[in-house]
Design a protein around this ligand. Sequence first.
Ligand SMILES: O=C(O)CCC(=O)C(=O)O
Ligand SMILES: [Fe+2]
Length: 255
Amino acid sequence: MRVFEEKSRAELIGKKSYWQISDLGLKQVEFDYDPELLMLILDKARRIRDEASEKRHLNLRFIRKAHVAIPEILELVHYPGRLDRLSELAGTALEPYPVSVISSTITFMGANPDDGTVAWHTDGVPATEIVPLAMHDIDGGELQIYHGDYEAGFTRLGEHGALPERDLITVPHRLGASTLAQLMRVLHRTAPIRSGYRVSLNMNLRSRDQPFIDDNPLYYLAADNPDYDWIDQYLSDVRVRQVPAYLASRRPAKS
Ligand SMILES: O=C(O)CCC(=O)C(=O)O
Ligand SMILES: [Fe+2]
């Protein structure tokens, strides 16, 4: 498997961090997913784009809970060997992000302002795998990461409206390779697209042993998904997985 990009979390943000699932920053590696399955997902995404995607904020057009409209995404989420491979890359055991409204998305980014490119933000989910499904005639559209503390970065953005080029790490996407990244509390965006477009599938992940390491506040999930039909699933995850794991992690180690 070819590795195209590799950065630790400390390399991305220039310091150690506490709220993290592992030292993973990002790794972009060639994948072995079935090209026909990817094409099928892309075809369906294109067909339902107008009714199923929304550009609500952050200049990002995406299909929420994409695996509900396109169940073939679940085949990819559970693709043989995938979780083991990604866990190995992350340096910690991963599991699919369980809250259905945010576990998988399809993003449409392009030069056409109707699409756009995602503005500066930090991810709520601890880790994500970004799989480019289509990249057509693209100029721009790389993943850009602020090499610094996210709070300081947001403050600079507030004061100056932009971040200095010298403090950015720019990672191009590649067809045939996916980017596994831990972008929770890491300020990033997609660089503006001057021509062409990209369609991507994002499959979100979290730590199997520390599922409470997360940055998705309820108000944010609710603003994005105002029907609240995910709340029972969320609460049951807190009760059954997050709280027991959290309490176990706080227990003093036996000597
Ligand atoms: O696709 C990209 O370049 C980044 C997407 C992203 O940051 C997101 O969807 O949260
Ligand atoms: Fe992001």
